[in-house]
Design a protein around this ligand. Structure first.
Ligand code: HOZ
Length: 426
């Protein structure tokens, strides 16, 4: 029987490339057609056929309060009624910028943009201008949006779909990108030293989430800080996923590292299109119109997005949000590990705070090389089994799933019991 999602996907495929507006949404890696979502409510999404799922995708990270959180919906409605965009400064954007500066000690000034890609692209331009150098170093399997220079051995949809290097990226641009393996101390140190004279920036997801979650090994981020400082290279933390996710002060707060520049997105926009890049005042004051490095956007600091972001950050700042997120994340990890044991399924769970990945077919994942050894065919069967159980997971082995403040223990228990049933029948 064909479903409404199937019908919509057929129609979408006629008018949208691949039927989706971002490749990770397609189910190429797991097979089948994507669910078309009709609405979300707290921990749940409802598809176009009216079926309900416990959602652990969270729109790929932004929805730390869950779907349609009343404080966010109210803030969006209030601002929308006053006007949706002015192309002029507003008081709200000053408030959000001040919240970001207060939350992240490394960020003295911040520029609001509309997407994570814009944030990383602009941070790299600034790093190149500030250092007078051209090369950037990135880690294989890390994903920083679809910036030309960073779409080289990239993670997320690029890794999932097997196109980590995109046609259309000029060779001259890709050649300026130095590639190393995350958690490879010696290789990274050697590459930074070898390219020091021309290395503008090292950009890193401090907790990679785009090859599945791969926690940094003890001392790795510290080593990056020391080596970049020695080389006069800027350390850029891409905290688009980890910002306000793994701690109020992001991964830099959780691990106690001070980057030169930070990119934010997802949670800072409260589920609306908003991102940011910021850092030391001497660097940020090079951004136009304060300085010569050009960066601009009609919808930058969009008031509706800013209102959603402020409402979300206020909710996260009050009470015990991060204790609760960590507790739920710990519970999910513990229960999924128990399921792997009980069903004698080879696999492992990587987690930092409320972001986690269940890897199948590999028993330890510390690197990209470990991640890509995962059993993606088995993951595809697991994904569809979980969907049939009413659990909505990212449709790729190489992504993070998220718990949110809308989840309760019972939702984590539903996740574990569904996984138990699905993995018991490989
Ligand atoms: N970072 C997101 C997934 N890992 C990107 C979402 C998208 O590409 O649509």
């Amino acid at each position: 029987m064909s479903s409404e999602s199937e019908r919509l996907f057929a129609e979408a495929s006629r008018v949208i490339p691949g039927g989706v507006n971002s490749p990770v949404r397609s189910w190429r890696a797991v097979g089948g057609h994507p669910l078309f979502v009709a609405r979300g409510d707290g921990p749940y999404v409802y598809d176009a056929d009216g079926r309900r799922y416990v959602d652990f995708v969270a729109s790929w990270g932004p929805l730390v309060l869950g779907h349609a959180a009343p404080v966010v919906v109210e803030a969006i409605g209030r601002q929308a009624a006053l006007g949706t965009t002015f192309g002029a400064p507003t008081a709200l954007e000053v408030e959000l910028a001040a919240m970001l500066v207060e939350a992240l000690p490394s960020v003295e000034q911040v520029r609001l943009v509309s997407s994570g890609t814009e944030a990383t692209m602009s941070a790299l331009r600034l790093a190149r201008a500030a250092t007078g150098r051209d090369r950037v170093l990135k880690f294989v399997g890390c994903y920083h949006g679809h910036v030309d220079a960073l779409l080289v051995r990239a993670g997320s949809g690029a890794l999932t779909l097997g196109v980590p290097d995109s046609p259309g990226v000029p060779k001259g641009v890709a050649d300026l990108t130095v590639l190393v393996d995350f958690n490879d101390f010696d290789g990274t140190r050697a590459a930074i030293r070898r390219h020091a004279a021309d290395l503008a920036a090292v950009i890193v997801e401090p907790v990679p989430g785009n090859m599945g979650v791969v926690p940094p090994e003890a001392g790795f981020l510290e080593m990056l800080r020391e080596e970049t400082a020695r080389a006069g290279t800027l350390l850029v933390f891409d905290e688009v996923i980890t910002g306000f996710r793994v701690a109020w002060a992001g991964a830099q707060g959780r691990f106690g590292i001070t980057p030169d520049l930070t990119c934010l997105g997802k949670i800072v926009g409260g589920g609306m299109p908003l991102a940011a890049f910021g850092g030391r005042r001497d660097l940020m004051s090079m951004i136009a119109p304060a300085g010569p490095v050009y960066q601009a956007g009609t919808l930058s600091g969009n008031p509706v997005s800013v209102a959603a972001g402020i409402a979300t950050l206020r909710a996260l700042r009050s009470g015990d949000a991060y204790e609760r997120l960590d507790r739920l994340g710990t519970l999910a990890e513990r229960r999924l590990r128990a399921v792997l044991d009980e069903t004698t399924t080879p696999g492992t769970v990587n987690r930092v705070g409320s972001m986690l990945t269940l890897f199948l077919g590999v028993t330890a994942v510390h690197s990209y090389a470990d991640a890509v050894r995962a059993d993606t065919a088995r993951f595809g069967r697991y994904f569809h089994g979980m969907l049939a159980e009413g659990i909505y997971l990212p449709p790729s082995q190489f992504e993070a799933m998220f718990v949110s403040l809308a989840h309760e223990d019972e939702h984590v228990e539903q996740l574990a019991q569904a996984a138990q049933r699905v993995l018991a029948h490989p």
